[in-house]
Design a binder for this molecule. Structure first.
Ligand code: ADP
Length: 356
């Protein structure tokens, strides 16, 4: 078994940024005592040369006291990594094995650890960049999507004042209701954003329970019927004898509410919306079909990207977050989502889950 290897990471000025457990054990230091120290001083490299000289990996053996007057020989390899044009130093440490200098084996191990460290750091940098991009897009969205409901709330508030003086109760209630609806819009946007944030933090874990799918969908269809446009009808049908599925109720509910409210929003008055389910050995399918405006072929490839909205919906309110959340919720439950759509003909969104 190869000897345990520790890793120290230092910034471009040589100050230690992180030290793992193995390093602390090898050097008989506590991590908090190592952080901020000069790496050059620790491994006996001339601080004036510092990192400037470390263009190719440096190998050396350093002796550290390890208690009771004993010394321990530690093999040290120092390399410079460039990550997004930021310079960091990665120092690998291993106790020298008695009998052989083990140098070749150690360096081979160092190379693979370095590659691994580089991959991991690149991954977290990429993640950070993606979060940064999301935040930029959120600010663009907030300034655009928040402005309309906020000015509508302001207008209704001003009108309420006027109608209140005239004692026109009907108009006062009409505008109070408008305010309530606009506040719901704003809450919806904020909830989507919180969902996204929680998912990025990995804090959503599905809690599976047995669900009577037809019962669940029938109730949801009735609930959503309140939100339809005049003449729109949500029809529900179940197509198999098997009724039960094991899924997370809250996540499933959120998926279906998102898909149904899109079907409502992107269809005209009097249009039918079909919700259909089927449970078989091979899996559970949930399908939502509308006869709405459809999705232009050129936009179909990006539909599940956060904040993406197709070119034919700019006049309709939305954040472009719903489908991204549905896809990620479905995947959290080992499921998937797919769709087919044609402009002015309609869209079919299908969720598929394995039956457990
Ligand atoms: P939002 O509806 O808030 O814009 P979504 O993430 O739910 O965001 O949907 C992303 C985009 O996908 C929408 O902006 C719209 O262009 C398109 N879309 C989603 N569902 C439908 C549908 N049923 N019919 C037509 N277009 C749809």
């Amino acid at each position: 078994m190869p000897a345990e290897q520790g890793i120290l990471i230092a910034g471009k000025d040589g100050h230690i940024l992180s030290a793992d457990e193995t390093t602390c054990r090898l050097l008989s230091y506590r991590a908090e005592d190592l952080l901020g120290q000069s790496l050059w001083a620790l491994i006996g490299l001339d601080p004036r040369q510092g990192g400037k000289e470390v263009l190719s990996p440096v190998y050396r053996e350093v002796r550290f006291p390890c208690g009771a007057g004993e010394m321990r020989t530690v093999q040290v390899s120092l390399s410079r990594l460039l990550l997004d044009s930021q310079q960091v130093f990665v120092c690998s440490l291993r106790q020298r094995e008695e009998g052989s200098d083990g140098r070749v084996a150690f360096l081979a191990q160092v190379v693979s650890t370095l590659q691994q460290a580089k991959d991991e750091m690149q991954l977290s940098l990429d993640r950070e960049k993606a979060v940064g991009q999301l935040k930029t897009r959120f600010i663009a969205l907030a300034s655009h999507e928040f402005r309309t409901p906020l000015s509508s709330i302001q207008l209704s508030a001003a009108l309420i004042e006027r109608y209140f003086d005239k004692q026109d109760r009907e108009q006062v209630f009409r505008h109070l209701n408008k305010i309530r609806l606009r506040v719901d819009d704003l809450t919806g946007i904020l909830e989507d954003l919180l969902c996204l944030e929680r998912m990025n933090g990995g804090s959503i874990v599905p809690h599976y329970e047995v669900i009577d799918l037809p019962l669940f969908c029938r109730e949801l269809a009735v609930e959503m019927q309140v939100l339809v446009k005049p003449g729109q009808q949500i029809r529900y049908q179940h197509h198999s004898d098997q009724l039960e599925v094991k899924l997370d109720k809250k996540l499933l509910r959120n998926c279906l509410m998102n898909l149904l409210s899109n079907a409502i929003k992107y269809s005209s008055e009097n249009a039918g919306i079909d919700l259909e389910t089927e449970v078989a050995e091979s899996g559970c399918d949930i399908r939502i079909t509308d006869q709405g405006i459809g999705i232009p072929a050129a936009d179909q490839g990006n539909l599940f990207e956060p904040f993406f909205r197709a070119q034919n919906v700019t006049a309709l309110q939305g954040t472009g977050l719903g489908l991204n959340i549905v896809k990620r919720y479905a995947e959290l439950m080992q499921g998937s989502i797919s769709f087919e759509s044609q402009v002015q003909q309609g869209s079919v969104f299908t969720l598929n889950f394995p039956v457990r």
